[in-house]
Design a protein around this ligand. Structure first.
Ligand SMILES: C[S@@+](CC[C@H](N)C(=O)[O-])C[C@H]1O[C@@H](n2cnc3c(N)ncnc32)[C@H](O)[C@@H]1O
Length: 274
């Protein structure tokens, strides 16, 4: 690998680590809501599938201690980072492993609870992945999957330039197999995987000028994704630097608008293993 390419890869990884850790802070109330819905107890064994930087694994590990969290991800670089972050926080009850949620290397009924946040949108066969989560969870245990749905957002005043850039990003993501509208399908996915008593729970966050910092933080979640995807989308020739800059100008106007309002939601589905 050339030095320049290696530096880019390091920078991409650092950006992705920062983005995922930031997202866990911005969505902390959504994550709390999901975790509170799980019947977690000290001593339990929990799987966090597609753990990324392990922000959620660390929260789960604190709750179930002296139980354990097994955190897997398909990206070995993220697993290394996640391991370091857990050590830095003095958490020693997480086992990090490389793995694919569609083909988990664990025996049947290995876990009390399996959790999978914002992963299925990127997985080619989400029903197979959910079936694997069910297989490795004990009878009576819970499986929770959480994901996004890009129609689940309200904004005032209108931001047409940003929305146009966002549509281009979504098109590239969908063409590459990332389903940005998977949230509405989670009930169907868990039901097809054979889970029982499946419930779907929408969780929303909103922000106004009542709390400008909250407004900035919440709106930064899609913004950071756009920033990260900017170069690949431009390389496909469907987004120009001028369009992107116009979107950023509109974003600053939005942030300074006295009536600014943003509502963003995600959905989770929770089911029980028969
Ligand atoms: C948006 S991140 C979410 C990370 C974490 N769950 C969170 O909420 O902070 C998605 C993660 O899923 C991982 N991933 C994607 N496909 C996967 C697969 N087939 N098996 C396991 N992990 C996968 C990615 O590497 C990435 O770390």
């Amino acid at each position: 690998m050339s030095d320049k390419r290696a530096r880019n890869t390091d920078r991409d990884l650092d950006n992705e680590v920062a983005r995922l850790e930031f997202q866990a802070v911005a969505f902390r109330r959504i994550i709390e809501n999901e975790i509170n819905t799980l019947s977690l107890e000290q001593g339990m064994s929990v799987l966090d599938a597609g753990c990324g930087t392990g922000a959620v694994s660390r929260t789960l590990a604190r709750i179930v201690n002296p139980g354990t969290v097994t955190a897997i991800d398909i990206n070995d670089l993220l697993i290394d980072k996640a391991q370091k972050l857990a050590i830095e926080e003095g958490i020693d009850n997480i086992r990090f492993e490389l793995g694919d949620v569609r083909n988990l290397g664990f025996s049947d009924a290995s876990f009390d609870v399996s959790y999978c946040r914002i992963v299925l949108m990127a997985v080619s066969d989400p029903v197979k992945a959910a079936s694997e989560l069910k297989r490795v969870t004990r009878s009576g245990g819970q499986v929770l999957v959480s994901d996004i749905d890009d129609d689940f957002m309200l904004v005032y005043p209108p931001i047409p330039t940003i929305m146009e850039v966002w549509r281009k990003y979504v098109k590239v993501a969908m063409d590459e197999g990332r389903d940005r509208y998977i949230g509405r399908k989670l009930f169907s996915i868990l039901s097809q995987a054979g889970l029982k008593s499946v419930k779907i729970v929408p969780t929303v966050l909103h922000a106004t000028q009542d709390s400008p910092e909250e407004l900035r933080m919440l709106s930064s979640v899609p913004l950071r994704l756009m920033e990260r995807a900017k170069e690949p989308v431009m390389e496909k020739g469907i987004l120009t630097p001028t369009e992107y800059e116009a979107a950023m100008t509109e974003y600053n106007e939005f942030l300074n608008h006295p009536g600014a309002f943003l509502l963003m939601g995600t959905l989770f589905a929770i089911g029980t293993v028969p």
